[in-house]
Design a protein around this ligand. Structure first.
Ligand code: HEC
Length: 144
């Protein structure tokens, strides 16, 4: 009898884990992020940006914490801190969602944050050219 109880608890628990993992990996990703104002959405300064510097910012130096803590080592939104967030961090590897997100839109959200989500504003800790560096890195490395 005890064994059955333990087994059914395990079964319910594993269902929960599977569904949580599935929700994390949904692609296209549900997205209600505010749109950047027209001019900014169309802006793109990645041509002159430095992707190597962008990688440093993404992996290490961004404040209050590295982008990868939420967006993941592989840009798939599966970072350790991101797991608990609702909405989930953007999965940059999800083409169905990312094809609608311009470089200027990314720049604007990184600078201003996405109100009411875990995505904080970086406009006080990163200069505009550093934001373009990280946009270039993400688009070159993860967005396919
Ligand atoms: C504390 C976790 C966290 C950190 C750290 C973080 N993000 Fe985010 N990010 C999020 C979440 C959550 C969203 C989803 C926001 C939404 O749904 O509107 C997001 C969304 C985004 C988007 C998508 C914007 C859009 O229009 O869909 C970009 C680009 C982005 N983050 C870049 C970055 C960069 C670059 C850094 C580092 C400088 C960073 N993020 C750091 C949690 C984080």
């Amino acid at each position: 009898m005890k064994k059955i109880v333990v087994l059914s608890i395990l079964a319910v628990f594993s269902l929960f884990v599977v569904s949580a993992a599935y929700a994390g990996g949904a692609c296209p990703q549900p997205r209600k992020t505010k749109a950047a104002p027209g001019g900014t959405a169309k802006m793109d300064k990645t041509a002159g940006a430095n992707a190597d510097n962008g990688k440093k910012i993404y992996d290490k130096t961004a404040k209050p914490m590295a982008c990868k803590m939420c967006h993941g080592d592989k840009g798939d939104g599966a970072g350790k801190l991101g797991a608990a967030l609702k909405p989930k961090p953007r999965d940059f590897t999800c083409a169905a969602t990312m094809k609608k997100i311009s470089a200027g839109q990314m720049f604007w959200i990184i600078k201003n944050g996405s109100a009411g989500t875990g995505m904080v504003a970086h406009g006080k800790t990163l200069k505009d050219n550093e934001i373009w560096d990280v946009v270039k890195f993400i688009r070159d490395e993860y967005v396919k």
